[in-house]
Ligand binder design. Structure first.
Ligand code: NAP
Ligand code: 3JM
Length: 338
């Protein structure tokens, strides 16, 4: 089997660390793994298949001989370095929002629109969607194919790991401080996140929506390749470490009963149905953490419209929402498109 030189840019972060783990777990055919981060991380090592690999500083000449670059160093860093990497012949799979809505850059969730990977030849960059968008489209794709979605109203309950390592530490620190009756520290979020919910993810636009909310609106249409779908979102940060949860209300053009939806979701790729509320069985963030699937439950009729359903969708934001989806793109890329 052919092996590839792979670089992970942002390797010391929450997403980059998970990318190294997922590459190892899924036995991705890596010839040589290059780990890149800021100059602050030079000297650190990360273990891959039992070998301690040193972290190098991300620089313009980091991509000579690299075949695939898995990027999560933050939007502004990707904006600069992804085109440099692509120009040196490497295919970049970028986890940031920097290129997602560019028309000549594919935005891919393999279970939904794997065929779009073929467009990687245009700019040498493939974008990985936003975590909240990924899990929603994985669950909605089979329902859209069956009954065509007219409108989606989504509210999210997003884990702090979505903001990176510093936010995981901030929640831990605040919980401990409150427990020990000490003053809490607020550095990452503008308000206390422990025992609280913040209706604020990414920055606010003049419209009153946040950038995170507009990522869900715009990315959903691009991935489902249907601009006619109306999407509106409220995105909320909650004091959960791993796993984003979503309340999703969907209006369809044709009839789709809860039983029909359950039947479709049972056989949908990447989806697990947990829908037995009378036995207290429904998807939970703590159960989804560390898992690969997108979990769907609480499927019920919304009788305020002709054909409507409500549901609850949960996935690990760092795995399916970021690292796993990126590695799945890389797997499809080497199998069918390189
Ligand atoms: P994180 O834990 O804060 O890690 C950030 C990583 O970027 C670290 O490895 C950091 O290196 C590196 N970095 C920062 N500035 C750099 C620079 N100037 N040059 C090179 N490397 C630099 O954050 P994270 O949670 O892993 O997320 C990172 C990015 O991934 C986010 O900003 C976001 O764009 C994207 N993301 C996407 C999804 C998704 O839904 N697809 C989910 C989460 C995150 P040091 O350790 O050396 O500082
Ligand atoms: C910057 O949970 C989250 O906050 C979403 C993940 C995230 C993103 C993203 O993937 O859209 C965190 C920080 C970004 C970004 O804009 O790239």
């Amino acid at each position: 089997m052919k092996q590839y030189n792979v670089a992970v840019a942002g390797a010391t972060g929450a997403v980059g660390n998970e990318m190294v783990k997922v590459l190892e777990e899924r036995k991705f055919p890596v010839k040589n793994l290059t780990l890149l981060a800021s100059s602050r991380s030079v000297g650190k090592t990360i273990t891959f298949h039992g070998e301690d690999i040193g972290v190098q500083e991300l620089k313009e000449d980091s991509f000579k001989d690299i075949d695939i670059g898995l990027f999560s160093p933050g939007g502004s860093v990707s904006l600069k370095f992804a085109p440099i990497a692509a120009a040196s012949g490497c295919v970049v799979i970028d986890n940031t929002s920097a290129f997602r809505m560019e028309p000549d850059i594919p935005l891919v969730v393999p279970e939904v629109n794997e065929h779009a990977i073929a467009q990687h030849t245009k700019r040498g960059i493939i974008s990985n969607p936003n975590c909240s968008t990924i899990q929603m489209v994985v669950a909605l794709k089979p329902l859209h194919d069956a009954a065509k979605i007219k409108r989606i109203v989504v509210s999210t309950y997003q884990a702090v790991s979505g903001t990176g390592q510093k936010a995981i530490k901030e929640l831990e620190g605040q919980v401990l401080a409150i427990y020990n009756m000490k003053t809490i520290e607020k550095k990452v979020y503008p308000h206390q996140i422990a025992f609280n919910c913040l209706p604020h993810i990414d920055s606010f636009l003049d419209s009153g929506y946040t950038k995170e909310e507009m990522k869900m609106v715009n990315e959903t249409k691009k991935i489902l390749e249907d601009d006619s779908i109306a999407v509106t979102a409220t995105t909320v940060r909650v004091p959960v470490f791993y796993g984003h949860s979503e309340s999703v209300n969907v209006e369809f053009e044709r009839e789709l009963t809860p039983d029909m939806a359950r039947k479709l979701l049972k056989k949908a790729p990447g989806v697990k149905l947990i829908d037995d509320p009378k036995k207290n069985k429904y998807p939970l963030a703590i159960d989804a953490a560390g898992k690969d699937d997108t979990y769907v439950g609480r499927i019920r009729v919304d009788d305020t419209v002709k054909y409507g359903l409500n549901m609850w969708i949960v996935a690990d934001n760092i795995r399916k929402g970021a690292a796993l989806n990126a590695v799945q793109i890389a797997e499809a890329l080497i199998k069918k498109y390189l």
